[in-house]
Write a protein of this length. Structure first.
Length: 155
């Protein structure tokens, strides 16, 4: 039987080992695990000794593999092996936190003034008339302008 060690594996990668071989004896050969155990998820093909599967458990697994030929009396050989299964490498991504835009609030009510109170001054103190205008654009080439004239007064 060969003395090649079995490769290690990971839980997220399919496993395949075709490294066990035999010299001498009479074919066909029968392969088996005679002590210990393969990692969960792995299986050995009795006719070839090939170990395949998807390991599901992390750990160090010690086992003894045996090969037997078809002579009478049967010739056999054993070999101790160890397979280490490591966890799947986890890829982590980091995100940069974003700061939300400040919330702008619009007052829902207009300030009120008590009867007899003085309003704060607005506009110009020049005493000239104050013009308010409203411009509305309609469909096509129509243009409507509404203008109101009001004189500012002082209290």
């Amino acid at each position: 039987m060969s003395c090649t060690t079995l490769p290690n594996g990971t839980t997220c990668t399919a496993y395949s080992a075709n490294v066990l071989s035999v010299e001498g004896g009479k074919a066909p050969f029968t392969w088996s695990v005679v002590s210990g155990a393969l990692p969960p998820g792995l299986h050995m093909a009795p006719a070839t000794g090939v170990i395949t599967g998807n390991p599901t458990t992390v750990g160090t697994f010690k086992l003894t593999v045996m090969v037997a030929d078809s002579t009478v009396p049967t010739l056999s050989a054993t070999q101790a092996q160890t397979i280490v299964i490591t966890p799947c490498a986890v890829v982590t991504t980091t995100t940069t936190p974003t700061t939300p835009a400040p919330v702008t609030t619009v007052p829902t009510t207009m300030p009120s003034v008590a009867p007899g109170a003085t309003l704060p001054p607005t506009g110009s103190d020049s005493g000239s008339p104050l013009y308010l205008g409203l411009l509305i654009l309609g469909a096509g080439s129509f243009l409507v302008i509404v203008t109101a004239r009001r004189r500012a007064s002082r209290f």
